[in-house]
Design a protein around this ligand. Structure first.
Ligand SMILES: [Fe+2]
Length: 249
């Protein structure tokens, strides 16, 4: 049985590499070898490739040695046929899980320092009771850009600086500082946006009454698909309502 499973796994791996080679060739024909690769679609994968294979990928032609290594790692094709259609998808799923864990770790890192750009702001503005004046609000709105400027040269294996830069962007383009819309906003920043508003509304602050978790979850539902990514809103509500997650406040 193990021979049958192994043969199906090897065939699945051959198919994945063939698909990658075909996609690479199409991209090469379309964009040329000098085309830079990176943000946004590959931002999470390239550091993983570098970590595992030690091959830096910056432009399209850099992918060739990566694919060559993949091809070299493949065991010879095997002939045993078997009805185990779930194995190739299972291999894909394993790889997807691996990448997903990388994504989560990157977002966790960005979340820890997302408001680092507030450090230069006056404490009396940050802790001011009541509404900020227009000029005070304009000053507070500089913090994602300041955060980006502070982090952009730091070496992270994830796009942390960009996630911090975009954490006040909103799906309808009403956010700041760039006014990005929908999928123009990094997925990690869309997660940070929802987590930030829920944490802010559910945590006590000395300078204002506490809205609380229930109001926070109502707020993200009311703005689902308008300000906030619908998938992120659903996931956030689910961890509180179905899985009993609680903030440590
Ligand atoms: Fe912020």
């Amino acid at each position: 049985m193990s021979k049958i499973i192994a043969s199906a796994a090897i065939r699945g791996a051959h198919k994945i590499v063939e698909r990658a080679e075909k996609t690479y060739q199409e991209a090469l024909d379309k964009w040329g070898p000098e085309q830079e690769v990176g943000f946004p679609d590959t931002a999470y994968y390239l550091p993983v490739i570098y970590a595992i294979l030690g091959i830096p990928v910056q432009k399209m032609s850099d992918m060739k040695p990566v694919l060559d290594r993949c091809r070299a790692l493949l065991p010879p094709p095997v002939k045993e046929k078997t009805a185990l259609p779930y194995l190739a998808p299972a291999l894909d799923a394993g790889m997807a899980t691996f990448f997903a864990e990388e994504v989560i770790e990157g977002i966790r890192t960005a979340a820890l320092i997302h408001d680092i750009g507030k450090i230069p702001l006056p404490a009396e503005i940050l802790g001011k009771p009541g509404k900020l004046s227009e000029s005070e609000f304009q000053l507070v709105k500089t913090h994602p850009q300041t955060g980006y400027d502070m982090l952009k040269d730091a070496e992270f294996p994830w796009p942390v600086a960009r996630m911090v830069w975009q954490h006040h962007e909103r799906m309808d383009g009403s956010g700041y500082p760039l006014g990005l819309k929908g999928e123009e906003i990094l997925q990690g920043s869309r997660v940070l946006a929802v987590a930030d508003v829920v944490e802010a509304m559910a945590s006590p602050r000395s300078y204002r009454p506490l809205p609380g978790l229930e109001k926070a979850l109502d707020e993200i539902l009311a703005q689902r698909g308008i300000l906030y990514d619908p998938d992120v809103v659903d996931a956030c509500r689910s961890i509180f309502l179905d899985k009993d997650f609680r903030l440590d406040v």
